[in-house]
Write a protein that binds this ligand. Structure first.
Ligand SMILES: *Cc1c(COP(=O)(O)O)cnc(C)c1O
Length: 378
């Protein structure tokens, strides 16, 4: 079986072994010290200003916690929407904000910094901005760093969803000036779904303290000091996932952020060279706005998305993902994340897609696709 999905990804064997370790008592001093070391390790990996919150739930819960913890009834939120996750955050924000202003672009496009600048000028009362860096269902990547600089200049708080990009692409909480930066282990880090990481800036904590949401699974504030060995947890952490995260971060740091990113980039390059040679087109309007951790391909006529993916899975044991929201029924998505971010997996995906298409009556030039993928590898 080849799991070439856009998350969850097949976790690394070392990570799964760590998840199977015996569960200690969460108040055991040794576990408390281990947890503090893990939080500091995560801070190093994220290149974050402070130890991040290890949220006890996968990333959608962390995004909802970010909205509930930071946004209050006096806030005007600018939701930047270039796809399903950006749009989903706007919905979460509406539960808490006085008003949510959306700046939306078509799902095969990205948000330009100039558009953000204009939106901030038009509404000086905007206090929070939300951005999904790489909107995974469409595979497009927004220019988070220049957008973050504009938001910081305006004085608003910035919430960034980097769940599917961090680790595989060059973005950090500091590079994009995020006050809350959400990511997770089950994409580029190659861990299981179950936890997420939220890096918070100093002023992000100050704002959350002023807002004072406590006593809730959505309250990030409850976890502000929980990473310290001399503090206890608001509730029992998901210890098996915590062990797994520790192992995933060890692998990430041992390989090195640049090498991990290069592996993701090389896989995307091979996949795209092969897809183009087989006559398949990207969903993003321009190659320059396509992220490196997922390749989103338009489904060519006369194929049907579900039938194509089923034929790839049943015929060749290769699992890839369909679209979601705007891209549902229009695309197939090949993840290059964590363990699947290795250039030869592009060859696996290309041959499975072409073999499956042939079974369904559409001939794609398999050989040309494989040649082009191989030629892209140094
Ligand atoms: C995967 C992902 C999430 C988390 O959602 P899942 O329920 O794990 O799919 C959030 N944001 C983005 C951009 C993602 O790709």
């Amino acid at each position: 079986m080849f799991t070439l999905t856009t998350g969850p990804v097949a976790a690394w064997p070392e990570v799964l072994r760590a998840a199977s370790r015996a569960i200690p008592f969460d108040h055991d001093p040794q576990f408390l010290r281990f947890y503090e070391a893990l939080a500091r390790k995560a801070q190093v990996a994220l290149d974050a200003p402070l130890p991040p919150v290890i949220v006890q739930g996968e990333a959608v819960l962390a995004l909802e916690a970010a909205a509930a913890s930071l946004i209050g009834p006096r806030d005007v939120v600018l939701a930047l929407v270039s796809g399903a996750y950006g749009g989903g955050f706007a919905t979460l924000a509406r539960r808490h904000a006085r008003e949510v202003v959306t700046l939306a672009v078509p799902a095969d496009e990205v948000i330009e910094p100039g558009q953000v600048q204009e939106a901030l000028r038009a509404r000086p009362d905007i206090t929070v901005v939300s951005l999904c860096h790489l909107d995974t269902p469409s595979g497009t990547v927004n220019p988070a760093d220049p957008i973050g600089a504009l938001v910081a200049e305006h004085g608003a708080f910035l919430i960034v969803d980097a769940v599917s990009s961090w680790g595989g692409m060059p973005i950090t909480p500091v590079s994009c000036s995020a006050d809350l930066f959400v990511t997770g282990p089950n994409k580029c880090l190659g861990g299981p779904p179950g936890l997420s990481l939220v890096a918070v800036s100093q002023r992000g904590w100050e704002r959350m303290r002023a807002r004072n949401l406590r006593g809730s699974v959505l309250a990030l504030l409850d976890w502000e000091d929980a990473w310290r060995a001399d503090r206890s947890f608001p509730f029992t952490p998901s210890i098996a996932d915590v062990h797994a995260l520790d192992a995933a971060l060890d692998l990430y740091l041992a390989e090195g952020p640049e090498a991990v990113q290069a592996r993701h980039t090389a896989t995307a390059r091979a996949m795209r060279a092969g897809a183009a040679a087989m006559g398949l087109s990207l969903w993003p309007r321009r190659a320059a706005i396509a992220g490196d951790t997922v390749t989103v391909l338009r489904v060519p006529a006369p194929l049907d998305t579900g039938a194509w993916l089923d034929a790839a899975r049943e015929g060749y044991g290769v699992t890839m993902a369909p679209g979601r929201g705007e891209t549902e029924g229009k695309v197939v998505r090949i993840g290059h994340m964590g363990p699947s971010a290795q250039p030869m997996f592009a060859v696996v995906a290309l041959t499975a897609l072409a073999g499956a298409a042939r079974r369904l009556g559409l001939d794609l030039p398999i050989g040309m696709g494989v040649e082009a993928a191989l030629a892209s590898m140094p």
